[in-house]
Structures are given as C-alpha cells and as structure tokens.
Design a protein around this ligand. Structure first.
Ligand SMILES: Cc1cc2nc3c(=O)[nH]c(=O)nc-3n(C[C@H](O)[C@H](O)[C@H](O)COP(=O)(O)OP(=O)(O)OC[C@H]3O[C@@H](n4cnc5c(N)ncnc54)[C@H](O)[C@@H]3O)c2cc1C
Length: 486
C-alpha cells in the first residue's frame, strides 16, 4: 500500500471532506475515516446551516454568535465565520448543493433558539447533515481509507511528518507533507450523548500526549431535547428547529416551566434550556416532555422526516404523542488550539478544523447551526494555506511502526465507568467536590494496565475536568451550581 502523500486528512465529516474539495485536483491526498464514512456527526446533523440572509444580516449574525458565546469568542474568528459564510454557501450551491426551497424557488430559512431572525438553511427537511455528507462524498476526488484509526501523530522537533494508523489488524505509518486533523468532538466520553460512535476524543488525547495545547475544554454543550430512553449508544436528537417552529417543553402536569427560568422560554439559548430542564427534574422529580401538538401531521412528516421515521420506529405516534426528553452531551466548543487558517501553533505542517479545532469562534457556547458553517468556512482556509505552503522543503524522517497494546481486557468496564463519571461529575452542573472526585478516579485509572485507546479517552477527560476546575465562575455552557465554590 502506498504510504506517502502530500496531504493526509483525518476525518470524513464536513470539515475533512470540504478541505479535500477545496484542494487542487492534482494534490496527492488521502482521507482517513475510523469507520464507515457516514459514522460521523455531520451525517446526523438535523437542523441546518446558519448563514446571514443578506449583507444587512451579517452584523446581526455576528451579534447573536457573540451573545451566545458569552464573552469568550474571538471576535476575529466570528467575523470570518459570518462574513465568509455567505460566500462559501453561495459556492456550495453553485457546486450543485440543494437546500430546501419554497414553491417559487426561494431558499427556505428557519429559526432556531438565540437567533434574532430566520437564517437557518436546511436540506431534506431535517436531514441537512446527511445531504451535505452525501454531496461531499459524491464530490470526493481523492481516495478514502475506511476502518482506519489514527493512533499517533509522527512529530519530531516541532514538525509533523504523518500519522500512525491501525487498519486491518496492522499498525503502520502514513507520511505526508501536511496533516489535517478533522476528527470531530468528544461525545463518547459521556454516558448520554447524541454523537456518532466514532467520536471519542482520540485525536484530542494524542495531542495531549504530544504536548499540543487544547483550549477551553470545560466548554461542552448539552442539547436540551434528546430522547435518551433507547438502548442505542447514540441518543435520538430532537432538533432545535422543533422549538423554533413552536414545540413546547412541558412537565407531566402540562406546565411550561422554562418561563420560570428565562422569559424567552423555549427560545432561550440551549445552555439555559438544558440547565433548566436538568435543574427542574432534580428539584421536582417530574418527567419532562416535548409537546409537538402544534404541528399538523402532514407538515411534520415533510418538514421533519428523519425525526418522524426514527420516533415512529421507537413506537411514538408523533406529532400526537408527548416525547419524554432529557438533556444529553452534544457538542465540544473546546478543542485543539488553532489559528484562523487551522494551523496548530506549536507544530508546523499540522492543521485542525471543524469540531476538533478551537479558534474560539463559538466561545463559551455555540449558537445553534453555526458548526456546519464553521466546518465549511474554515476548511477552505486550511486548504488555502496548504496550497500556499505545500512546495516548502521538508526533511525526510523515518519513524518506527510500534504501538503499545491498543485495547486491554479491563478497558471495557473502565470505559463505561468513565462515561458515567463524566456525565455525573463533569456534565451539565459542575461542583468542586464532584470534579475533584472525578479527577482522582481518572488519575487512578491512568495508572492501571490499560490499552492506548482508553488512555487517550482518559487524557481528554482529565483535560475537561481540570479546565472545569480552573474556571471559577459560571460562563456559557460551563455552569457551576449556585452556592458551590470552585
Ligand atoms: C445529532 C446531531 C445533530 C446536529 N445538528 C447540527 C445542525 O443542525 N447544524 C449544525 O451546524 N451542527 C449540528 N451538529 C453539529 C455538527 O454536526 C458537527 O459539529 C459537525 O458535523 C462536525 O463536523 P466535523 O467534520 O468536524 O466532524 P465529524 O462530522 O464528526 O467527522 C469526524 C470524522 O473523524 C473521523 N475520526 C475520528 N477519530 C478518528 C481517528 N482516531 N482516526 C481516524 N478518523 C477519525 C470519524 O470517523 C469521522 O469521519 C449536530 C451534531 C449532532 C451529533
């Protein structure tokens, strides 16, 4: 098998595939996916892509993004997202992508929480991610290697030379002039989450092992309306657009209790809704439901076909039945620190983009539907920088192809314990006592004879816990229980 490329892209979600699409055709590129191509968060994205509707809307998109980000956004990154967003979306449509339109051929924009106007484009109703992913896979002009897990980065003296991978029961190195980490977030660290099963913070863990800085790792977003009562690892998300289009959150007595927490009720930012539901359930022990009865059945089937299909399969007669909901882990704002061209500051020839990256574009809380846009906008910038620097000379370096054991016998139970620990101690509400308990347990687990893959999860978890302990005030998605000290 060929093991030398110009560019290796780790990940086949929107960020990785759009980086590939934006590179020149004669570049020698290999895309890696840990599983099947569709096992990524992009494929499961429902709501849509946020983008300024016109020139006048750009400052409002910026303002909404900054407000949601609670003061932790980098204004430069937000400026790039909201200004370059409409350009990239226009190009995407010119490439042939079809967003949903009305009968007259006008793009349909919907509203989601904390957006000051309707600016969410969608495709296939609530199947935006699937449509984007399919489209990008169809356009992919480079080879893709499936079932290939990156287990290490080949770095010497601050330069990245490639990756070590596990594929077909073999460990080997793939060398590249440029390496792009587009491996997504950290969902599988938590007991309840909405993420694809491939999203388990391996690359974040590798970065920590290699002393590459992660930033804002306490900033983890929990989605408020998730159906968690199934046995599937990935829990069914009930898109933000449902509330944007009139669905209500009620308790078992029919009370719309969100207004006790925020005047905006169902349209409050998702961290407020998540924290309110979590708090209300703890205090009252009452069940919480999503009431979809405002929707007419025919419209619901057409507008939310995936939710309709999935919930019907699980025995719910939507939109008539009340759907029990709970918050669940959803999105990582924190990630591998990078600049606005995706460059990782301490290692040359290494980039990161999409959910794995942290440019501070989302600050302390991501505005709904800004992440698909982030993947599209910043991947184009990564590709631009690669094009400009690909010809630079690089030394030839060989690395050994040895890896310690990836999985050990005791790992499975510990992995489940870790998920439970992260959900209960580093989840929606943080308290010093619980965070310290989690930290001690993670440190103990790290001393055991465990496989490398679990070690990577533990390192990423430890970073989330430590960052949460370091932040003394509630901010955005980082919520410290009132009266608690950190
Ligand atoms: C259910 C759900 C609904 C969402 N809805 C929306 C929405 O409506 N709008 C919006 O803007 N955002 C939404 N999001 C968030 C958005 O989908 C993600 O943030 C975005 O798709 C991330 O794209 P990505 O390319 O960075 O990563 P992903 O799409 O997650 O892709 C990661 C890729 O990395 C690969 N990978 C991971 N680790 C390794 C490894 N060690 N070796 C090799 N490959 C690896 C995986 O196999 C995968 O191919 C949603 C997320 C979820 C989970």
């Amino acid at each position: 098998m060929k093991c030398k490329y110009d560019v290796v892209i780790i990940g086949a979600g929107v960020a990785g595939l759009h980086t590939a699409l934006s590179l020149d055709d004669d570049t020698d590129v290999l895309v890696l996916a840990k599983d099947y191509a569709w096992e990524c968060n992009t494929f499961y994205a429902q709501g849509g892509v946020a983008v300024a509707v016109d020139e006048e809307d750009i400052p409002y998109h910026i303002k909404d993004t900054l407000n949601a980000g609670a003061g932790l956004c980098d204004e430069g990154a937000v400026d790039i997202l909201c200004h370059e967003g409409p350009v990239v979306i226009k190009e995407f449509i010119e490439h042939g992508f079809k967003f949903d339109k009305d009968r007259d051929g006008n793009l349909l924009y919907t509203k989601e929480a904390a957006h000051s106007r309707n600016r969410i484009l969608h495709a296939g109703g609530d199947a935006t991610g699937r449509h984007i992913h399919q489209f990008l896979m169809d356009k992919l002009k480079f080879p893709i290697l499936y079932n290939t897990q990156v287990t290490d980065l080949l770095i010497e003296n601050g330069v990245c030379y490639g990756v070590r991978v596990y594929h077909n029961n073999e460990i080997f190195n793939i060398y590249a002039k440029k390496v792009v980490i587009a491996s997504g977030g950290v969902g599988s660290l938590y007991e309840y989450h909405t993420n694809a099963r491939t999203i388990s913070a391996d690359m974040q863990g590798i970065c920590l092992m290699r002393n590459i800085e992660l930033r804002d790792m306490e900033m983890m977003q929990f989605h408020p309306t998730v159906f968690v009562q199934s046995s599937a690892v990935r829990k069914q998300l009930l898109s933000e657009s449902l509330r944007g289009e009139g669905a209500k959150v009620i308790d078992e007595d029919g009370k719309r209790f969100l207004f006790d927490y925020d005047d905006r009720g169902e349209l409050s930012p998702r961290n407020i809704v998540s924290q309110a539901i979590f708090d209300y359930q703890l205090k009252t022990n009452k069940k919480v439901f999503l009431d979809l009865s405002n929707f007419e059945e025919g419209f619901f089937m057409k507008r939310f076909p995936s939710i309709y299909f999935n919930m019907t399969n699980m025995g719910y007669n939507v939109p008539f039945d009340l759907v029990p909901i709970s918050p669940a882990f959803h999105y990582a704002m924190g990630g591998i620190k990078s600049d606005f061209f995706g460059r990782v500051p301490s290692v040359s020839s290494l980039y990161t983009v999409g959910e794995s990256a942290n440019t501070r574009v989302h600050g302390a809380n991501r505005l709904a539907s800004n992440s698909l846009l982030e993947g599209l906008v910043f991947s184009k910038r990564v590709a631009l920088d690669i094009k400009l620097t690909l010809k630079e000379k690089k030394k030839k370096v060989e690395f050994d192809e040895v890896e310690p054991s990836l999985i050990n016998k005791i790992d499975k139970n510990l992995k489940n314990e870790l998920r439970d620990l992260m959900w209960n101690c580093a989840g929606i509400k943080r308290e010093e006592k619980k965070l310290k308990k989690a930290l001690n347990r993670v440190e103990d687990m790290l001393k055991l004879s465990i496989g490398k893959l679990l070690r990577l999860r533990l390192l990423s978890s430890r970073e989330i816990i430590k960052s949460a302990l370091n932040r003394k005030e509630s901010l955005g998605a980082h919520y410290i229980e009132k009266g608690e000290k950190i």
